[in-house]
Design a binder for this molecule. Structure first.
Ligand code: ZN
Length: 313
């Protein structure tokens, strides 16, 4: 199969424009829109383009369950939302490494919120057909991360890819007794995860924390959001952590690291692993790339008053 060896002249030009604007307010997109540009950079042996899947809107009670009404309002306003909730981006890293062309998560597809599911169209703009993708690595199997696995007629959208998922995540969602011991509110998520995971069972690579997926790309334990949630650590000039939903917002959970997130399966474990991740990222000056953070979701955690501030790279 042929893999385009650059991401297209148009992308290069866009990248130049984005680069020229880097650091300027022009990159601070209104939250209810998504990026038409493609943020591209190299990290060690990895060539990374952050491709938007669009955005989803989360209810205030999910984003900020621990905040008082007085605390909620200004934060929701900063996120571009209102009293009901706020939009959050969906940033998908497209990673070229040797002959591999890798997606970290594949987005919402057509079955979640219509403001998301833009990944395949944006890849086409970059000159990348679905057949060119060689690996899809799932941080976890929530509908906004694995929802584009199959097309509406049940075929694999990325038919030539191998699918990497943590063994714990696989076991959690595919447990035949899932509905007996999980609350009814999570049964819909499980049906979606089972649809996506069983669809790739013949192309599956199960991994564990500490394992290398590729030379220089290691699986990092960040359980809690889901029991098998993983992040990826990429070696380079200083490391890069692709954090998935280990930290779901670059404003709320950097500034309030003790607050819970409403969609975490194990809230205390999620909180503990998020604090460890941000502590480590801040002390070791690790670059971070977050899925739901303001596009392109790429930057650093800087300590501030016992919490953190997100500094775009
Ligand atoms: Zn998510």
């Amino acid at each position: 199969m042929s893999i385009p060896d650059d991401l297209g002249l148009q992308a290069t030009r866009r990248e130049f424009l984005v680069g020229a604007l880097a650091g300027a307010a022009a990159l601070a997109l209104p939250r209810g829109t998504y990026a038409a540009e493609f943020h591209r950079f190299t990290h060690g042996a990895f060539d990374i383009t952050v491709v938007s899947d669009g955005f989803i809107t989360l209810p205030a009670a999910v984003l900020l369950p621990d905040a008082t009404p007085e605390e909620r309002q200004p934060i929701l306003a900063r996120l571009g939302g209102d009293a009901a909730g706020a939009p959050v981006q969906a940033n998908i890293p497209l990673i070229r490494h040797g002959n591999d062309l890798i997606l970290v998560d594949n987005g919402s597809g057509t079955r979640f919120q219509p403001s998301a599911g833009k990944l395949a169209a944006n890849l086409k703009t970059l000159g990348i057909e679905p057949e060119a993708i060689t690996k899809v690595i799932f941080t976890h199997a929530h509908p906004d991360h694995s929802g584009a696995t199959t097309t509406d007629d049940g075929k694999l959208l990325y038919p030539n890819a191998d699918y990497v998922v943590s063994a714990t995540e696989w076991n959690f969602w595919t447990d035949k007794d899932y509905e007996a011991h999980m609350p009814a509110a999570l049964h819909g998520f499980a049906r979606g995860a089972q649809r996506d995971l069983f669809a790739v069972k013949d192309r599956l690579i199960l991994v564990k924390p500490g394992q290398e997926i590729l030379p220089g790309m290691q699986v990092v334990e960040t359980a809690g959001h889901t029991p098998g949630h993983i992040s990826l650590e990429l070696a380079g000039d200083g490391n890069l952590l692709i954090t998935g939903d280990a930290c779901t917002n670059d404003v709320i959970f950097f500034e309030h690291p003790a607050w819970h997130f409403g969609f975490d399966t194990d809230p205390e474990l999620a909180l503990k692993n998020r604090r460890m991740l941000l502590d480590r990222a801040a002390s070791e000056k690790i670059r971070l790339l977050g899925y739901h953070w303001s596009y392109p979701g790429f930057g650093y955690a800087e300590p501030k008053d016992g919490a953190y501030t997100f500094v775009k790279d």
